[in-house]
Design a protein around this ligand. Structure first.
Ligand code: PHE
Ligand code: NA
Length: 455
């Protein structure tokens, strides 16, 4: 029997949309606006763009190149590069597993909150509602009661993800992204248009974009910029190696990386405009300043936004738009991380797609569903998130870059490979950024996190 062919994207835009779908996620909507606001506002765009060009896009191209050249998920692709490098691939798989189990939970919350938006079912005090009534947060050590209101949408999230992955690269992942990405643009576009026409939007935008140029001299601002780029482009989790392994032989790796990188950043800016317009509205309503209400992360989505929605005319519609956007953006990212775990087992152990999805994907789902709907779920989520963001991401990319650039000295070979198939030639900047700038920045980021931890 001929060896089974590797799955492939059906169209050129299939890979691009899936890459954008993975990148555009909760990080764009709730992470970027707040990081930018806290790290120099308009001035943050300078380190942010530098980070995109000196680390984000070069690493994106490296991942695409490894996936395309070695045609496998991270463990096998890196093993083909050099046997011991397989360990880096498994590290990425492990990180993906840990992100997947909690990322799904946030999507499940967003599903519930889309429903709660209708009639503002969080009542007069969204903060206590979220923590006590909804999540039922408990003290450390106390497992708390298992929360069915979270478990039901969480089970639904996992069923959707496993079904899509079961359908495969073309009929599952590609089709989903071809629906999700345009849908997200329409929903979120409508939300932003509404937000910028709210009273107070100008105050919010002023607060976000007012440049604090002194921030440029602050090392932590640069760390924040690189950190945002790594998280936002989903670099270091093996996602882009995995997705690129399903490309055809003829593929424009550099051109796609540039488009995906800038598309993700554009969506971030759009989200910043929408989120801070809404925060400006809230500040004006409460007679306060934007700085009193600015927030990011879970607090922004599940506390501040409910407050905004409750104060708005036609808040129900705005709420549904916001939470459904989170769901759509989150699902396309979740699919990509779970595929890393599933694909790794498929490629390494020669298992078929359906059994791999059922066993590995199923096990991931079970862990997620068993742990997070309990009262401890939020604390666990915070812990994993902190650990992944502070160390997991930087360490994975640092080791990868050092091994590829310095131990194996493969960059020139990989560059020649990529240049023969791509539209935009890499020239020297790729080797220089990856070989020198990226490792220095990543090393400094890890040092910075450790220092913060110990002090
Ligand atoms: N890039 C995604 C975002 O911006 C986050 C993500 C990280 C998704 C890792 C998948 C894997 O939200
Ligand atoms: Na992103």
């Amino acid at each position: 029997m001929p060896k089974a062919h590797r799955e492939q994207w059906a169209t050129r835009s299939g890979f691009l949309l899936a890459a954008i779908g993975s990148a555009v996620g909760l990080g764009n909507i709730w992470r970027f606006p707040y990081v930018a606001y806290e790290s120099g506002g308009g001035a943050f765009l300078v380190p942010y763009l530098v980070a995109l060009l000196t680390a984000g896009i070069p690493l994106l191209i490296l991942s695409y190149t490894i996936g395309h050249r070695f045609r496998a998920s991270p463990p096998v692709a890196l093993r083909r590069l050099s046997r011991p490098a397989e360990a880096i691939g498994w590290w990425q798989v492990l990180i993906s597993f840990f992100i997947a189990i909690y990322y799904a939970v946030i999507i499940a919350w967003a599903i519930r909150y889309a429903g709660f938006s209708i009639g503002q079912q969080w009542g007069a005090e969204p903060g206590p509602f979220f923590e006590s009534t909804f999540v039922g947060i408990t003290e450390a050590g106390d497992f708390g009661t298992y929360n069915i209101g979270v478990a039901v949408p969480l089970v639904a999230v996992w069923i959707i993800v496993l079904l899509l992955l079961g359908f495969g690269v073309r009929r599952g992942i590609e089709v989903a992204n071809k629906i999700f990405m345009p849908l997200l643009l329409v929903l979120f576009g409508a939300l932003v248009v509404r937000a910028v026409t709210l009273e107070g939007a100008g105050e919010g935008l002023d607060a976000l974009f007012a440049p604090d140029w002194s921030a440029l001299g602050d090392g932590s601002v640069w760390v924040a910029a690189y950190g945002q780029i790594f998280f936002s482009l989903s670099i270091g989790f093996g996602i882009m190696i995995t997705y690129a392994s399903y490309l055809r032989r003829k593929a424009d790796l550099t051109g796609t990386a540039l488009v995906a990188g800038f598309a993700n950043s554009s969506f971030e800016l759009l989200a910043g405009i929408g989120v801070f317009s809404a925060l400006g509205f809230m500040a004006v309503q409460s007679g306060g300043e934007v700085q009193d209400v600015a927030a990011g992360g879970i607090g922004l989505a599940f506390v501040a936004f409910p407050q905004i929605i409750s104060q708005m005319p036609a808040g129900d519609v705005f709420g549904v738009l916001f939470f459904v956007s989170l769901v759509v953006a989150g699902l396309s990212s979740l699919i990509s991380i779970v595929q890393v775990v599933v694909g790794a087992v498929q490629d390494r152990f020669g298992v078929g797609r359906v059994p791999a999805v059922a066993v590995v994907g199923g096990a991931t789902a079970v862990v997620s569903i068993a742990l997070f709907p309990a009262g401890q779920g939020l604390i666990l989520l915070d812990t994993i998130d902190h650990w992944i963001n502070q160390y997991g991401i930087a360490l994975a990319s640092l080791v990868l870059v050092v091994v590829v650039a310095w131990a194996l000295r493969s960059l020139p070979t990989l560059q020649r490979y990529t240049d023969t198939i791509s539209s935009v030639p890499l020239r020297g900047w790729w080797v220089v950024t990856l070989g020198a700038i990226t490792p220095v920045v990543l090393g400094y980021m890890m040092y910075d996190s450790l220092k913060a931890e110990l002090s």
